[in-house]
Design a protein around this ligand. Structure first.
Ligand code: NDP
Length: 308
């Protein structure tokens, strides 16, 4: 028998969609992924999620949201969706060989921040290494930090970090920014920002927290070190949309396209929420907000189709 709604993904977007659809008696099935919880699972302290005056850790926040979704009857499967077919109704979703059917789908598979791929970067993740200045910038008051990247995100993050840090070093592997001129100029002219051209990070040093970077000059191979307490990686994000290729409209960087003021994708009955369709805000609270929107859109759509 087909489900009324299957939710794919279990970050704040997916779990909020689960809470809302469960409370609407749609008995959602949430296929939460092999590593449930999304990007917040690698975030130490969350101070900007409303409702937690003292702050909360990312994993604790996701545990609470999951419990809340479970309380109203959400069913969970801890596995990755491997294939989908949205070409006919009910829609089909596979986990390996097992096929599930559903009248509506909410996609909340999120995006993954790109990292440099260094062992030491991984080790110090959440202990000085971050991929989100909006989330973690406030932890770096009156210290020096570095931002890696040369695109708009790097410029934006570096400029934002000047509110807290005494100095922000932008480390870019080439000698020209990819960022738009206006954002690059803003960073270049900022008195607290120093740009290091032709520079790559080869190691992140620190025992319990970041305290130094080992750098390599990409032009002449010379080595140097830089003392910083924070390292912000701003080299782009990748939306988790490969299984939807050819089935749903995406923009040129792979984000699902939703219709304005809604969570409707290019296939009627398939909705998208959170970072998988948002490359601009990328916050837990905005993901939760669009998760709520997707649940309401799905509920109204099912009702109009007289399902559920
Ligand atoms: P981009 O892909 O535009 O830039 C990524 C940057 O990271 C590039 O400078 C790239 O270097 C560098 N980089 C990539 N991989 C590595 C690596 N392994 N090591 C070191 N450096 C690396 O990503 P963004 O996130 O900056 O932007 C994504 C999109 O979002 C863009 O279209 C951007 O315009 C948009 N955006 C707009 C904003 C706004 O208008 N307010 C704010 C933020 C983003 P290289 O240049 O050498 O390739």
């Amino acid at each position: 028998m087909a489900e009324k709604v299957i939710i794919i993904g279990s970050g704040p977007a997916g779990l909020t969609a689960a809470i809302y659809t469960a409370r609407a008696n749609l008995e959602p099935l949430c296929i939460e992924g092999e590593e449930p919880g999304g990007q917040l699972m690698i975030t130490s302290d969350v101070e900007n999620y409303p409702g937690f005056a003292e702050g909360i850790t990312g994993p604790a926040l996701m545990e609470i949201q999951r419990k809340q979704a479970e309380r109203f009857g959400t069913k969970f499967i801890t596995a990755n969706v491997t294939k989908v077919d949205f070409s006919s109704r009910p829609f089909k979703v596979w986990v390996g060989d097992k096929e599930y059917q559903s009248h509506s789908i909410i996609i909340s598979t999120g995006a993954t921040a790109k990292y440099l791929g260094l062992e030491s970067e991984k080790k110090l993740m959440g202990r000085g290494v971050s991929a989100c200045a909006t989330c973690d910038g406030a932890f770096f008051k009156n210290v020096e930090v570095a931002v890696v990247g040369g695109g708009d995100t790097a410029m934006e993050e570096a400029t934002f970090l000047t509110r807290f840090a005494t100095k922000v070093h932008i480390l870019h592997r080439r000698e020209e920014f990819r960022a738009s001129k206006i954002m690059a100029d803003r960073a270049l002219q900022h008195p607290k920002i120093q740009v290091h051209w032709n520079t790559e990070v080869v190691e992140v040093l620190g025992d319990k927290a970041v305290n130094q970077l080992k750098l390599n000059n990409t032009k002449d191979g010379s080595k140097s070190t830089l003392d910083v307490e924070g390292l912000f990686i701003a080299i782009g994000h990748k939306p988790n949309t490969s299984i939807f290729e050819g089935q749903l409209d995406m923009n040129e960087t792979g984000y699902l396209v939703t219709q304005p003021d809604s969570t409707y994708t290019s296939v009627e009955g398939v909705f998208a929420a959170g970072d998988v369709q948002d490359h601009v805000y990328r916050q837990a609270v905005t993901a939760a907000g669009t998760g709520c929107m997707a649940a309401i859109d799905a509920e109204r759509w099912l009702e109009a189709k007289e399902i559920g």
